[in-house]
Structure formats: structure tokens, C-alpha cells
Design a protein around this ligand. Structure first.
Ligand code: GLU
Length: 277
């Protein structure tokens, strides 16, 4: 009896394992099928003012949030049916690969290295890497002025951290945290001399602490923000690309930008062109 039951459980477990393999095989998890069920889980940042921010009352604001909602709407999902999940820079590919999010809108640059693991719709925005320093700082004016052992903060798993490691690592003391808000705290209390990431992110922090922090220098990279989703989910990627085009076309893109990023003083840039690779 006991043996029989064990055997039966064993067969059931094996069947389950086969089923799981079949699902996880070449058939990609589809954000479209989540949307058909009426709900979506979307990855955003929780600590980037103007872009992806969880406010104290538990609601979410920012340009990425508006883009996420617009896209969800085009997939047939209303804002109340979106669950936002915090997606720190270093965890984004994993969150998508594990199916923990349907897509990610989180200042997520399209790169070839990331494209090996995930796919991208977009770009829906183009930013550039820059530097944030204390308002009274006069010696840091661009990436070259970081030499001489300046203490620079960025976030692990982000493109700016990689860029600095590749190009300035000999001269600079790089500190990597999990979030930019942690870097900003380190800058405010004097533990680092500068924070580096995309100018649009830094503009949000500078606006949060006027007279205390400032963005310096010209942007020194091009960061094309994409909406990350499961690799191979071409059906959803096409739908999201169509949604981005529509958002730009009907004026919602510009309005969302003006309502969220606009107050920081970051100027409205040219509208991006979606790259249907
Ligand atoms: N856009 C850059 C990236 O995707 C920096 C911003 C971020 O870490 O979210 O790595």
C-alpha cells in the first residue's frame, strides 16, 4: 500500500515535471496571455522621482509609470489591474526570465548584452549619462575630472557603473549600491563625491534637493530606454511597439513627460523612433 502510493506520487511528480518542461521549453511566457486574463505585473523603479516612484500613500508616479499604464491599456488592462513590482537595476533580466514580471519599464537601456537574455520594445525615451554633485562642488565638471581618486557612486548591474569601470576605473573609487536613492544619500552625507547615471534620473534627485545637489557636464553616453520582456515573445513586443507609437502619436507621451519629468526642468527631448528589430 505504502509502496503503491509512493509510486503513484512519483508518477504524478514525473508528469508534472514533464508538463513544466513543456511549458518552459521553446514556448516563451507571454505577457499577452497575462493581459488576456485581465491582469499584469509590471516592473518599475520605486525610488526614482519623476520616473518610477512609490509615494508614501502607496501609489505610483512617474514617466515610466505612465508609459507602463498606457501600454497596459493597449493590451486591454486597466490601471487597477496592474501590480507594480520593484525592479532594481541588477535584477531586471532575472525578474523577466523567471516570469515574475510581464514587462519592465524602469529606465532600462537597450543593450546587446541584455538582449541575450531578454527582448526590448522601444525605445520610448533616449537619455544620456551624466553626473550629480553637491551644489557647492566646483572641481567635478565632467567624467574626466573624476580622476585623482574621486569617490563615485553608481548602481550595480547598471550601464553607467559598467561604463565607469571600463573607462575610469583606474582613477576613480567606484562604490556600487543597489539603488540610486542610496547613492544620493551617500552624496548628501559626504560619503561620495558624485553619483553617476542617466541625466533624466539625476534631474529628478536634483529637483528633490534644490540648492543642495546639481547635475554637471554634458551627457557622455546615449541610453535608449526600452520596455523589457521575455525573450522570444514577439507577439507582445509588436503590441508594445504599437502602443509606444500610439502614445507618441496621440500626444499622451508628451503630456506624460510634461506632467512627471517636466517639473524637474529637464527639457522635452525629441520623440524617439521605435526600433522594430
Ligand atoms: N539606463 C541605465 C541602465 O539601464 C541606468 C539606469 C538604471 O540603472 O536604471 O542601466
Amino acid at each position: 500500500m505504502r509502496i503503491t502510493r509512493t509510486a503513484r506520487v512519483g508518477v504524478a511528480a514525473l508528469a508534472l515535471a514533464f508538463a513544466a518542461t513543456a511549458c518552459g521549453g521553446d514556448e516563451a511566457t507571454s505577457a499577452s496571455s497575462s493581459a488576456e486574463s485581465g491582469k499584469l505585473t509590471v516592473g518599475i523603479k520605486f525610488d526614482q522621482p519623476g520616473l518610477g516612484l512609490r509615494t508614501p500613500d502607496g501609489s505610483f508616479s512617474g514617466f515610466d509609470v505612465e508609459v507602463a499604464k498606457y501600454v497596459a491599456g493597449k493590451l486591454g488592462v486597466t490601471p487597477e489591474n496592474i501590480t507594480f513590482k520593484e525592479s532594481p537595476s541588477a535584477q531586471r533580466e532575472t525578474l523577466i526570465e523567471n516570469g515574475e514580471v510581464d514587462y519592465i519599464v524602469a529606465t532600462y537601456s537597450i543593450t546587446d548584452a541584455r538582449k541575450e537574455k531578454v527582448d526590448f520594445a522601444g525605445p520610448y525615451f533616449v537619455a544620456g549619462q551624466s553626473l550629480l554633485v553637491a551644489d557647492g562642488n566646483t572641481d567635478i565638471t565632467g567624467p574626466e575630472s573624476l580622476s585623482g581618486g574621486k569617490r563615485l557612486c553608481s548602481v550595480s548591474g547598471s550601464t553607467p557603473a559598467q561604463k565607469v569601470k571600463d573607462q575610469y576605473a583606474q582613477d576613480v573609487q567606484l562604490q556600487e549600491f543597489d539603488t540610486y536613492s542610496a547613492c544620493v544619500e551617500a552624496l548628501r552625507n559626504g560619503a561620495v563625491d558624485a553619483v553617476t547615471t542617466d541625466d533624466i534620473i539625476l534631474a529628478g534627485y536634483a529637483a528633490q534637493y534644490p540648492g543642495e545637489l546639481k547635475v554637471v557636464g554634458e551627457p557622455f553616453t546615449e541610453e535608449r530606454y526600452g520596455i523589457g520582456l521575455a525573450k522570444g515573445d514577439d507577439e507582445t513586443r509588436t503590441k508594445i511597439n504599437d502602443a509606444i507609437d500610439a502614445m507618441i502619436e496621440d500626444g499622451s507621451w508628451q503630456k506624460a513627460f510634461e506632467d512627471t519629468v517636466g517639473p524637474s526642468g529637464y527639457p522635452l527631448p525629441a520623440q524617439p523612433t521605435v526600433d522594430r528589430y
